[in-house]
Design a protein around this ligand. Sequence first.
Ligand SMILES: Nc1nc2c(ncn2[C@@H]2O[C@H](COP(=O)(O)OP(=O)(O)O)[C@@H](O)[C@H]2O)c(=O)[nH]1
Ligand SMILES: [Mg+2]
Length: 345
Amino acid sequence: MDVVEGIKRGDRRALARAISVAEGGGAAPLVAALFKETGRAFTVGITGPPGVGKSTLTGALVTRARKEGKSVGLILVDPSSPFSQGALLGDRIRLSEHFTDPGVFIRSMASRGHLGGIAGATGDAVMLMDAFGKDLVIVETVGVGQSEIEIAEVADTTVVCLQPGSGDSIQVLKAGIMEIADVFVVNKADHPMAGQLRREIRVMMTMLDWQGWAPALVMTQATTGEGTEQLWEALWSHHAYLQESGELRSKRAGAFAHEVRNLIVGRLAASVDGAMAGAVASGLMEEVADRVLDPYAAAEQILQRFDPKAPAATAARLAPRVRATVKGLHTASAAEIAHHREAGV
Ligand SMILES: Nc1nc2c(ncn2[C@@H]2O[C@H](COP(=O)(O)OP(=O)(O)O)[C@@H](O)[C@H]2O)c(=O)[nH]1
Ligand SMILES: [Mg+2]
């Protein structure tokens, strides 16, 4: 495959094309061809509410990484909400100085057709950038709902970014983000409430019983680059901890378990949709509506004919047979009922 060869050669257009293929759910052959070349990049996830300064901070980190010649892959995750187009535009503006750097590859992502959802598509993109030879892959994701939890599955080190004076610390407690943070960043250190937020996070940290790594807490002012050095050091301390403790391997194994499960569930869901479409087309649901068949029995019927490996189209073709079976069942049970009546049961 020429895309694979292109990635191995360091062709940026090949990498861009491969990520598009992955976004659309077609990563399997690419992963098969490149997987052995991966596992070398240090992957950092940066999450937090919109507007806290993640992109500005990411830009500062990219500058820091480039200073020592590390190549960087950057993924901006689009949670596919209506407001995200504007957010992504803002991200692009804040990272504009890096777009022309050949050592930096920047990509926005949406989940689109990927079976594993946003985490699956992002995971594939990380892997492709890793295979491409990026030393550092940074994933920026907006902390809304599940996305930040999922990003912790993709990243070796997760940075939770907060800003003063917005009630963020309370949010953090509520959403259970505490557990995913390897590094806390209080950005906008120039804000008068910054010290208070730092104290709140410290207090929250004492309430949890850390085993192994206790999250680092760094104050930054992303707009001036202040604190970037401390953040950079915190990232690499965590990286060293992961390697020395052996946690990197177990953490990645855990993440792969999650990813593989998502792939299986995605495949099953596609087959279920195919089987359902067939059942609906053959009128099975009208029989349920007519109270001829109950919903549990209908599910049972479809499941008995269900082939989890069948692509959607094949599953749809199964439907007439499903229907025939159901008809047979009705006849049998009607006869049985008659029999029981006769027998006076
Ligand atoms: N005062 C102040 N503003 C900042 C700082 N960092 C980022 N900002 C501003 O906060 C806004 C949102 O930043 P952005 O990086 O797009 O946040 P994101 O949505 O989390 O990616 C922008 O106007 C930034 O210039 C900081 O340290 N101090
Ligand atoms: Mg951003």
